[in-house]
Design a protein around this ligand. Sequence first.
Ligand code: GA4
Length: 330
Amino acid sequence: MVVLSKPALEQFSPIKTCKPSSTTFFSNIPVIDLSKPDCKTQLVKACEEFGFFKVVNHDVPMEFMNSLESEAIRFFSLSQSEKDKAGPPDPYGYGNRRIGPNGDVGWVEYLLLKSILSQNSFDSFKEIPNFSCSSSVNDYVSAVRQLACDVLEELADGLKMKQRNVFSKLLKDEESDSVFRLNHYPPCPELQALSGRDLIGFGEHTDPQIISVLRSNNATGLQISLKDGTWVSVPPDQNSFFIIVGDSMQVMTNGRFRSVRHRVLANSRKSRVSMIYFGAPPPRARIAPIESLMKEGEETLYKEFTWSEYKKSAYMSRLADNRLGHFQKQ
Ligand code: GA4
């Protein structure tokens, strides 16, 4: 996807577009300062209202972000044939335009990596040809996993749960099924020719996992859907992280936290590079509404399932599907 000629866009069939959405930036996005003692209350509020927020004053060293970004740019600048040696994703590896196994496409290329947490807390990844799974990935993923766990522990506190580690222990488990993704959205100069429509980089979806931690370079594109269904653009911030509540968290909180629909639109001028850690439970973990979080007489909205059952069902779905629908009661 290095040369972006008009034929390249024409070959991209079907070209997925959407009605031009409002370019108004989401100005009231919750920005949570993790160093403030009252952050737990704000975190809970943000998860209820948006299922999405930005965190600042995190402990992830800037050099981890920068060196992984450079490594990603180096990989995505290789020739198409070199990159293809790292694919197709099964589901891990290099993918170009095709997302998942069921016909979804987007103006994106990516690397999907499986995170393996071994006894000494050092991560390693499935070998990917041409992608040096060097210390930059390991350092970065270890640091963002820690960030995800810190946020989850503050959330457990904010929800007044007896054990702070109810959620974080799932990510820290040696068998945690967490995934890591590097996305590259090449600029699409032909965008103007799309008769005023927007080109879909990564189509709308919710994340199946517990929590996702996203960081991108300073390029626009990410949008989230508000409760009323309006799409709003998230101003990029390369020094901060965006946290996305996933389906499993929505279930564990019996719908109190919102698994947010989000998508990425292609940009006509600037290349967007994002890195996302998807914090997941171990395959055998049971995902169900947590009783202590429910009010007296409150009914459970979801049937319980194991993470491996949910993942299997997710991989049979299309990106935009309401995957929790199958697990909703009635
Ligand atoms: C969305 C969140 C993560 O990127 C991902 C995606 C996965 C994939 O790209 O292989 C899925 C998608 C995601 C949800 C439904 C299925 C699976 C593509 C798809 C159509 C890695 C994940 O875990 O679920």
